[in-house]
Design a protein around this ligand. Structure first.
Ligand SMILES: Cc1cc2nc3c(=O)[nH]c(=O)nc-3n(C[C@H](O)[C@H](O)[C@H](O)COP(=O)(O)OP(=O)(O)OC[C@H]3O[C@@H](n4cnc5c(N)ncnc54)[C@H](O)[C@@H]3O)c2cc1C
Length: 427
């Protein structure tokens, strides 16, 4: 039998696969990273339109998770903290009452003390004396942030998330100046510098394995190595469009206890920041986040304090499906009408300022099949079970395999990749 050229195959060149490959290549292993698409980064997807940098996937660095920050520093990238005015829109007017916003979301803070048997967030809310308005805002927040259905998401996972965020100062948001994808390209450069290879346009269709040997078949070729890391998104794994034989029953059963969420995220590029001229609202010049829970979409943000004439709209969870299926032009029209209502401007005036609407339908992307993962009620142990190696041969990585309460983030993906690399290096 011919010796394989590679020590480890990695499937999926998102942040998890890249972080794992970089770590293994740094330890002298010969790695081959196979990516279905013709670009790396996965759900880190940056577009450049003139001088504007538009993120279609991940945008924020949530707090100061050490793995992500050391990578940012190593890559020499500049990061700016998001700051400015947080406004809310209700009863037809804009308000800048930070205290009211904090009071509304206090039940989420209280989750840090949750230690009861797991239940869905919907059931959890049913036990709280809340006004319909506050209940709506809490559902909007949890569905928006987690891309989740509040009837399904685990309250224990939200509690773990609150604690995990608290530990990394997760309330503070940062932005990678010049685009998040620079981080993916930095890792790719390090991998190839260390004689690792990255093959684009190689979609794994079949993975055949036995102890100490894995063969990955793509449409074009086949590749063999003693070990492999499967770092494809949860949705792809759950769909079983990669035939893994023998079937990893335990890992797939664990994957079934997680859910792939959905979002609609789009950025509108305008000729000028028309909202900044709306006297007498002085805060509008420094607008960062805007919450309008009775509008569609309900969450908005600007690049403030960075310059730019963009404004981004966001909705997560089941309500995002209707918007996500719209073509950019129709989405842009709908969004302009919402902004016109919020800022009390004529819709046509807003539309005249619009240069373009940029979005990506993550749910329809065959290589992703959703936005990011969340834990269904009762599934708190599922991610940990997915980290168990199969015969020291097959390993799973990706944000859905995070065991630190940070599911659905870039740092969770990096952490999971580093964990899989450590497991391999320890064998
Ligand atoms: C709209 C949106 C906004 C987000 N915002 C943020 C944010 O602000 N901050 C944050 O921290 N996180 C954010 N996230 C989440 C973050 O982007 C992800 O958690 C993270 O990038 C996932 O990395 P990953 O490596 O696990 O998976 P991915 O990035 O999805 O990488 C998996 C790779 O596998 C490839 N693949 C799939 N099938 C195959 C196959 N058969 N063969 C070979 N390759 C295959 C895919 O093409 C992809 O490149 C956001 C996500 C979305 C969708």
């Amino acid at each position: 039998m011919a010796a394989s050229v590679h020590d480890v195959l990695l499937i999926g060149a998102g942040m998890a696969g890249l972080a794992a490959a970089n770590s293994l290549a740094s330890s002298g292993l010969r790695v081959l990273l196979l990516e279905a698409q013709h670009h790396i980064g996965g759900r880190v997807l940056t577009r450049r339109i003139g001088d504007e940098v538009i993120e279609l996937g991940a945008e924020f660095v949530h707090g100061r998770p050490p793995e992500l920050w050391s990578l940012i520093e190593e890559a020499g990238l500049t990061v700016r903290e998001r700051e400015g005015a947080r406004l809310s829109f209700h009863h037809g007017a804009l308000h800048s009452d930070d205290k009211k916003i904090d009071d509304t979301f206090q039940p989420l803070e209280d989750l840090k003390n949750f230690d009861g048997p797991d239940l869905s967030f919907a059931e959890y809310l049913n036990r709280k004396p809340l006004s319909p308005e506050q209940r709506g805002a809490l559902i909007g927040y949890v569905e928006g942030f987690n891309a989740a259905d509040h009837n399904q998401i685990s309250t224990a996972s939200l509690a773990a998330q609150q604690k995990a965020e608290g530990a990394v100062d997760g309330d503070r948001l940062y932005h990678v100046v010049g685009g998040y994808d620079q981080l993916a390209h930095y890792l790719a450069g390090r991998i190839t510098d260390r004689r690792g290879s990255i093959r684009l346009g190689e979609r794994a269709r079949e993975i055949r394995w036995r102890s100490g040997r894995v063969t990955v078949l793509t449409g074009n070729d086949s590749f063999t190595a003693p070990q492999a890391v499967i770092a494809v998104p949860l949705g792809v794994l759950q769909s079983e469009r990669i035939l893994i034989s023998p079937r990893p029953d335990a890992a797939l059963a664990a994957a079934a206890e997680l859910r792939m969420g959905s979002v609609c995220r789009f950025t509108l590029l305008f000729r000028k920041r028309f909202w900044a001229d709306r006297a007498p609202q002085p805060d509008l010049n420094e607008l960062s986040f805007l919450f309008a829970y009775d509008q569609m979409p309900p969450v908005w943000w600007t690049p403030h304090p960075e310059p730019g004439n963009a404004i981004t709209g966001w909705i997560g969870g089941p309500r995002s499906t209707a918007l996500a299926s719209l073509e950019p032009r129709a989405l842009g029209r709908l969004a302009c009408a919402t902004l016109a209502r919020i800022f009390h401007i004529d819709t046509h005036e807003v539309q005249e300022q619009l240069l373009g609407c940029y979005t990506h339908n993550w749910q329809n992307d065959p290589n992703i099949l959703g936005a990011y993962s969340y834990v269904a009620a009762g599934g708190m142990d599922a991610s940990r079970r997915m980290t168990e190696p199969l015969a020291d041969t097959l390993y799973f990585a990706g944000e859905h395999t995070d065991v630190t309460g940070h599911w659905g983030t870039v740092h969770a993906a990096i952490r999971s990749g580093l964990r899989a690399a450590r497991q391999i290096l320890n064998t």
